[in-house]
Design a protein around this ligand. Structure first.
Ligand SMILES: *Cc1c(COP(=O)(O)O)cnc(C)c1O
Length: 452
């Protein structure tokens, strides 16, 4: 049988493969054809080869291998989990409007670092002027993500000296981002004060010495300490910093720009409030509650931002023109208070009634036979390590099949393209449309129909 395998050249000269070669490139095709032939040889030797060894069979397998190789590794999925900032699913989805600006900037030359009016070199920071104004800062710069922002600020303001932080704020964010470790990498010395649950302003005061360079406050993003707790107010911390001439830096994590108390969210204080309280520097994530691209935004006084920007790490951690374009577009929506133009914010602010209405509209025409469904109340979460314990009331589609388990339904949905990701609870498949993009409703309805 091995001897029946046609030569590579002979196969490549067959009309279908010749045509395919013209389309995808002859080298690309040849390499996949060789891969297919190797696999067939192994199957023959292992006696697992079935059917006739025809050129047509080899051709069909080669075409399939080429098609597989040409599908992107990175593909869209339908997020029906109700987790808005799902870190594994890319956190904040971006608007077409923001991406149109990014495309316009990325596919042409731009004034990224050129002052067109003056006719000389400029700085990319100017594109964040609007962002700084919105946050209430004198200046702002952007880096790769908030983890990079923390590293950069600690290095620029704390290297070689001590940085005081409460033991209750020595957090781990996930993906091995831990405050003590990032501090060590920054070259600053961690000076922990207080206890896990209680830290007083006197603890900070007692720890200050001639080596102290920075007072650090970290938003405990992904956990909550309840009960017998205490931490100094921002005002107290700022007053102490002023008295001793030591800057205060607050890593706010999620970077909420607007109040979401109407949604019942009280743990995320808008970034502007920290600066208004007198904090010298803050940093926030671009793709958490801000609803923008992956980035870390550092904002504060002109003097502090100048010191941070001069640091060589800034050059290593800076972001590209596309990120600036998306940030600019995102902040513009904030400036106009048109929050629904930011997909993540639109999702967070949607009411349960709106989610339910969309679900009922989508489920219209999906007959209840083998597949039974009903709407039930449930909860969505913000995710991305933001607002732990906080949930948003939502409406869920609860699906049950006469003969298939919910786990089987869930697995079936994941195998579809685009894959649909949903929750299983009490042997029911739960779909939360809060996190489903409008143009994915059609494909999602098709996926549900395929379950029946
Ligand atoms: C999420 C978070 C970070 C890390 O931000 P990334 O943008 O994910 O790098 C740092 N600090 C806090 C407090 C956070 O919540």
């Amino acid at each position: 049988m091995l001897r029946q395998i046609p030569a590579v050249e002979e196969l490549l000269n067959r009309p279908a493969l010749e045509l395919l070669g013209e389309r995808v490139g002859r080298r690309f095709l040849t390499s996949h054809l060789r891969g297919v032939l190797t696999a067939i040889r192994q199957e023959i030797l292992a006696k697992t080869w079935q059917g006739a060894l025809t050129s047509e069979a080899i051709e069909a397998r080669t075409e399939a291998a080429v098609a597989r190789a040409l599908t992107y590794s990175l593909t869209p999925v339908i997020n029906a989990t109700g987790v808005v900032l799902h870190t594994n699913l890319g956190r904040a989805p971006l608007s077409h409007e923001a991406m149109a600006h990014a495309t316009e900037i990325a596919t042409q030359y731009s004034n990224l670092e050129y002052d067109v009016a003056a006719g000389r070199r400029g700085e990319r920071d100017v594109h964040l002027t609007g962002a700084a104004e919105l946050i209430g800062a004198e200046a702002a710069i952007a880096v790769n993500n908030n983890a990079a922002a923390v590293l950069l600020v600690l290095n620029a303001l704390g290297e070689g000296g001590e940085v005081i932080v409460s033991r209750g704020e020595l957090i781990e964010i996930g993906g091995s981002f831990r405050i003590p470790e990032i501090m060590q990498k920054s070259g600053a010395i961690l000076r922990e004060v207080g206890t896990t649950n209680r830290t007083r302003i006197a603890d900070y005061r007692n720890a200050i010495n001639e080596r102290t360079k920075l007072l650090l406050r970290v938003h405990p993003s992904n956990f909550r300490i309840e009960g017998f707790t205490e931490r100094p107010s921002l005002d107290e911390l700022v007053a102490l910093g002023r008295e001793k001439g030591i800057p205060v830096y607050e890593d706010l994590g999620s970077g909420c720009l607007i109040s979401l108390t109407a949604q019942g969210l009280h743990t995320e204080q808008p970034a502007g409030e920290s600066l208004a309280a007198g904090v010298d520097v803050i940093s926030i994530s671009g793709d958490k509650m801000l609803g923008g691209p992956q980035a870390g935004i550092i904002a504060g006084s002109k003097e502090m931002i100048r010191r941070i920007r001069r640091n060589p790490l800034f050059r290593a951690l800076r972001v590209d023109k596309m990120t600036y374009a998306i940030l600019e577009s995102t902040f513009r929506a904030y400036a106009q208070e048109q929050y629904n133009r930011i997909p993540a914010l639109r999702m967070i602010r949607a009411t349960a009634a709106e989610v339910e209405q969309q679900a009922l509209w989508m489920m219209e025409g999906i007959a209840k036979n083998a597949l039974d469904w009903e709407m039930i109340p449930g909860e969505s979460v913000i995710g991305g390590g933001s607002a732990p314990g906080f949930t948003i009331p939502t409406a869920l589609i609860a699906l049950q099949h006469k003969s298939k388990s919910a786990a089987a339904l869930e697995a079936h949905l994941r195998k579809r393209r685009p894959a649909v990701l949903a929750r299983v609870e009490n042997d029911r498949l739960l779909l939360d449309l809060r996190t489903v993009m409008t143009d994915q409703l059609g494909p999602l309805a098709d996926a549900i129909k395929s379950l029946a």
